[in-house]
Design a protein around this ligand. Structure first.
Ligand code: G6P
Length: 368
């Protein structure tokens, strides 16, 4: 398949901008748009109600998608989730109960560590479900069920559209599990499905922040370290923001659960340190605001990614705000991924690194 950059300077920019479209396609594959219900394609070879535990493993950005999914599966389906980085999971000898479900997330479907964990799960007689972008891949072939992400070919080494498509599939799976396990009423499911259907439009609105993000990225390009904070499902987005930035701009960045600020990273904060706070106005927002106050008191420069309600309540001086529209809190990780991707992209572009092929990194890590 021939892929070009269209009007974009880099594949990464093109792939960031494709998200409303590919997320829309992916959601349409898993949702009955008329009935406003989740409709997984095909029959599952396991029964959600019989599962005691779901074990997720993945690497890199796909691991962060899994981390978001943990919050969803536990919340909507009351299904305990264990999640681990595949390279750790494969050697830990974790006990896995026969007949439980193991979930693997991989854009390429060829990541060596993820594949090794899949084989381990099979040996332990788990049901194996994978969320992959390449349906002809080894991971897809060796799985009992494959839930494809319809992101299309992703060329930029740093994953963007595959990530939000993974989140789309995982959200639908968590809702399906919630319904099957009797923890989600029809009305709740409808509301959540409606919230998912709104995502492509919300993503387009997030993309409209690009000029503001480009401008602030010129300042980010001059710093040495950046800290990303978030709570709940915004925590994995903070981790993903830091990963994106370090991968392509080579600026040192760390993502932290906002509540852990006091346990270490607060020592790093001074006037030179930008702190990017991912904080939609959700049930943990107030907690995050108090962490922001701790940063502000030490002179840290805060970039707050939030919505109008959040901006109104975050009464902190000298704050740069990236304002996203209000949305259902379940879908915030999908939409808030966009500003962090754009920040990494424009910072790297301002520095002049090789955005699509950053040094030392590979698109698909097929060796250990
Ligand atoms: C590499 C890529 C990342 C990707 C990770 C996992 O490190 O650079 O973008 O997230 O591998 O790859 P996978 O294909 O399994 O999702």
């Amino acid at each position: 398949q021939l892929v070009d950059k269209g009007n974009h300077k880099h594949f990464m920019a093109k792939e960031i901008h494709e998200q409303p479209e590919v997320v829309g396609h992916t959601l349409a594959h898993y949702i009955d748009m008329v009935g406003e219900r989740v409709a997984l394609p095909g029959k599952l070879p396991f029964d959600w109600t019989k599962l005691k535990r779901l074990s997720i493993s993945a690497c890199g950005t796909a691991f962060y998608a899994g981390l978001v999914a943990k919050y969803w599966f536990e919340r909507f389906a009351k299904l305990p989730v264990e999640i681990d980085i595949a390279s750790e999971f494969r050697y830990r000898g974790a006990p896995l109960e026969e007949g439980d479900l193991a979930l693997f997330i991989s854009q390429s479907g060829e990541t060596a560590d993820t594949l090794a964990t899949l084989r381990y799960a099979k040996e332990m007689k788990q049901h194996v479900l994978s969320v992959v972008n390449v349906t002809t891949s080894t991971i897809a072939r060796e799985s009992d069920v494959v839930m494809p992400t319809l992101a299309g070919p992703e060329i930029g080494v740093a994953s963007t559209k595959a990530f939000t498509c993974q989140l789309s599939v995982l959200a639908c799976l968590a809702l399906a599990a919630g319904r099957a396990r009797g923890h989600l009423s029809e009305t709740d499911e409808k509301n959540l499905v409606r919230a998912l259907i709104a995502v492509p439009r919300l993503m387009s609105q997030a993309l409209a922040l690009e000029p503001q993000i480009e401008k602030l990225s010129h300042d980010l390009a001059k710093v040495k370290d950046v800290l990303y904070l978030g709570r709940g499902t915004s925590f994995p987005i903070a981790l993903e923001g830091a990963l994106k930035l370090k991968e392509i701009s080579y600026i040192h960045a760390e993502g932290y659960a906002a509540g852990e600020l006091k346990h270490g990273p607060i020592a790093l904060i001074d006037e030179t340190m930008p702190v990017i706070v991912i904080a939609p106005h959700d049930r943990v927002f107030e907690k995050t605001v108090s962490n922001m106050q701790e940063v502000a008191a030490r002179g840290g420069k805060i970039i707050l990614v939030t919505d109008p309600k959040g901006a109104k309540e975050a009464t902190i001086e000298s704050l740069e705000t990236l304002m996203l529209p209000e949305m259902a809190s379940t879908v915030t990780p999908l939409v808030y991924a966009i500003p962090v991707q754009l920040m990494a992209y424009h910072t790297a572009a301002a520095i002049g690194t090789d955005v699509d092929q950053p040094r030392n990194l590979a698109k698909s890590v097929t060796v250990e």
